[in-house]
Write a protein that binds this ligand. Structure first.
Ligand code: GLU
Length: 291
């Protein structure tokens, strides 16, 4: 029998807050209840925004909470070579293309199109989809720009990827905190357009690194916030075209801040370190998040 494996995968680009505590503790509770493994993964591909200080804060907060993860920890920034190898497969299979437009150029392109009365489509997070212009560039023009040193990201050709993928792509979603019931969810990667799979300066993106690592680490259950529910469609497509197995998912409720809004990394009051300094105990944190 293969062992069930859970993971908590924070990014060290800010302080942990109550929402992270809930996610970590829920993963721990489920791993314990099911006799599974509990991993911690540091998602630090953004080497500018992620810092050693934030990472040290994560370890400190999690130890204090009593989250007991297996060592060694996987740090994504140490595995760029592995992501590059996965990206190379997508390049070889012509499922990605170089995207040259800067943020400013994208904005100008969209503004121009909207001036002419066209509503521009947005992804589920409200971000405008990437214009199709670069996908249509002839190979010669692509090579010329690259030879000239133009900066580019690699974007998934979602249409080509869907044509290659299994029909009726879906994932298994656990519908409750105790993982007792499931329902299938249709994956809709097309809602996100041609997502970035490798940024200008690094050979990966959040989506590519997460599916690579979930497969490499044998994650059976991805338990994470509801804010990543729709993005799971993109990850299912990547898993499928890369021949990776798919974990089951549970997207848990989000812990609201004191003002009822979503917690953000800059919300000092709900930060675990601030709560600890204010005298709240780990037991108190469990109560606060309803565990
Ligand atoms: N690193 C992501 C975050 O901190 C979570 C990724 C995941 O759980 O799939 O929001």
């Amino acid at each position: 029998m293969t062992l069930l494996t859970f993971r908590f995968a924070p990014s060290p680009n800010g302080d942990l807050h109550l929402g992270h505590a809930y996610s970590a503790l829920l993963n721990q509770r489920l791993a314990k209840a099911m006799g599974g493994r509990l991993l911690l993964r540091i998602e630090d591909i953004d080497t500018v925004r992620c810092t050693p200080e934030f990472e040290a804060g994560i370890f400190r907060d999690l130890e204090w909470l009593g989250f007991d993860w297996e060592k060694p920890v996987r740090r994504q920034s140490r595995h760029f070579g592995e992501y590059q190898a996965v990206l190379d497969r997508l390049i070889r299979d012509e499922l990605v293309y170089p995207a040259f437009m800067s943020r400013g150029e994208i904005r100008a392109f969209i503004a121009d199109s909207e001036k002419r009365g066209r509503d521009w489509p947005h992804d589920p997070d409200g971000v405008p989809l990437y214009p199709a212009a670069d996908k249509a560039l002839p190979a010669r023009e692509r090579s010329r720009r690259i030879a000239e040193g133009a900066a580019f990201a690699w974007r998934l050709d979602v249409e080509a990827a869907l044509a290659r993928a299994a029909k009726g792509l879906s994932w298994t979603e656990f519908t409750d905190e105790t993982l007792s019931a499931t329902r299938p969810v249709e994956a809709r990667p097309q809602d996100w357009g041609d997502v970035i799979v490798a940024r200008r300066d690094i050979p990966t993106s959040y989506h590519l690194a997460v599916v690579t690592d979930d497969a490499l680490q044998g994650i059976s259950h991805v338990v994470r916030g509801q804010d990543l529910y729709a993005a799971t469609g993109v990850q299912r497509l990547l898993q499928d075209i890369l021949g990776l197995g798919a974990p089951s998912y549970h997207h848990h409720r989000l812990i609201p801040g004191p003002d009822g809004r979503k917690l953000s990394k800059s919300l000092g009051d709900s930060g675990l370190a601030a709560l600890r300094e204010a005298g709240v105990s780990p037991e108190g944190i469990r109560k606060l998040v309803g565990l």
